[in-house]
Design a protein around this ligand. Structure first.
Ligand code: B1M
Length: 230
């Protein structure tokens, strides 16, 4: 049995535990991540802090080494699986809110793109802030977005793209909405690591959202402005 197997996570102090969780996420150790999340929650950490300080930061480190060719797809998939496990515990806690629904959002990752961790996080945070969220999953062609808009009549359309090759597809969706004369029926929010403010503006989105917390703030503001205008 290795030293790692012997480690009792509950004996670590908060900083050590968070550090260990970054390592465990890196190594794709889902059970350890689940345990770490539960320990931090048990110590009174807010779900948001566990999410951002232990999980998102850990995934950021994974991303750096993936970029630098130190980690490869199979390892990153394991890390993503561990991250999703931890998010599964936090989701209902973040969504616990007795507040009336602020609005409705349809969100999905665009065609050709299977990255969904960031989108899922945005969905979780939006739910937590009191929005109803309809998640279309990954790899969505424009038809899927159109069907969902027709069916759910949301206030907000959110799109996610993590690849420079898939981010232009957001413009395809927005241009299709324009052609159909329904672009202004929705607040269009876009996000994903390779995007920026200028890109969001260039494709005709209402706002680019740097991260999930920013997405929530922007969504709240945009809904408020809409209601005031109405
Ligand atoms: Co991929 N991948 N990946 N990958 N992957 C990136 C994106 C990459 C930057 C890694 C790198 O080289 N450094 C790179 C893209 C390079 C580029 O295009 N410039 C890359 C590549 C190249 C690829 C493949 C092509 C690799 C290959 O096969 N050779 C392949 C593509 C597959 C495809 O989609 N067709 C691929 C595959 C994968 C995995 C399947 C292994 C896995 C995805 C698992 C999953 O999502 N279920 C994966 C992962 C995990 C990553 C990295 C490491 C991490 C992404 C992530 O989850 N980040 C990523 C490196 C990186 O981003 N630094 C990388 C954590 C997440 C919380 O952040 O997604 O940015 P993020 O979301 C944030 C914000 O961006 C924002 O809020 C979120 C939360 O704060 N946001 C929104 C995101 N969406 C939003 C939507 C909104 C609002 C805000 O709407 C309102």
């Amino acid at each position: 049995m290795s030293e790692e197997d012997d480690l009792d996570l509950s004996t670590l102090d908060d900083d050590e535990l968070v550090q260990q969780m970054h390592d465990d996420l890196y190594d794709g150790l889902k059970d350890e991540i689940l345990e770490g999340v539960n320990i931090l929650l048990g110590r009174g950490w807010t779900p948001y802090d566990v999410l951002t300080k232990a999980l998102v930061e850990g995934m950021r480190i994974v991303g750096v080494d993936f970029r630098d060719g130190i980690l490869f797809v199979p390892e990153v998939l394991l890390a993503a699986g561990a991250m999703k496990g931890g998010m599964g515990i936090l989701r209902p806690l973040l969504a616990e809110t007795g507040a009336p629904k602020l609005g409705k959002m349809v969100i999905g990752t665009v065609k050709g793109d299977i990255h969904d961790i960031g989108k899922n996080l945005v969905g979780m945070m939006m739910e937590g802030a009191g929005f109803e969220v309809i998640d279309l999953g990954i790899n969505n062609p424009v038809e899927k977005y159109l069907e969902a808009l027709e069916e759910h009549k949301p206030d907000i359309l959110g799109m996610s793209a993590l690849l420079t090759t898939t981010m232009p597809y957001m413009k395809v969706v927005i241009d299709t909405l324009k052609e159909k004369g329904i672009r202004d029926d929705y607040i269009v929010l876009v996000g994903g690591a390779p995007l920026n403010e200028a890109f969001g503006e260039a494709i005709g989105a209402d706002h680019y959202c740097r991260d999930a917390a920013v997405a929530v703030e922007i969504a709240k503001e945009a809904i408020k402005r809409r209601h005031n205008a109405a």
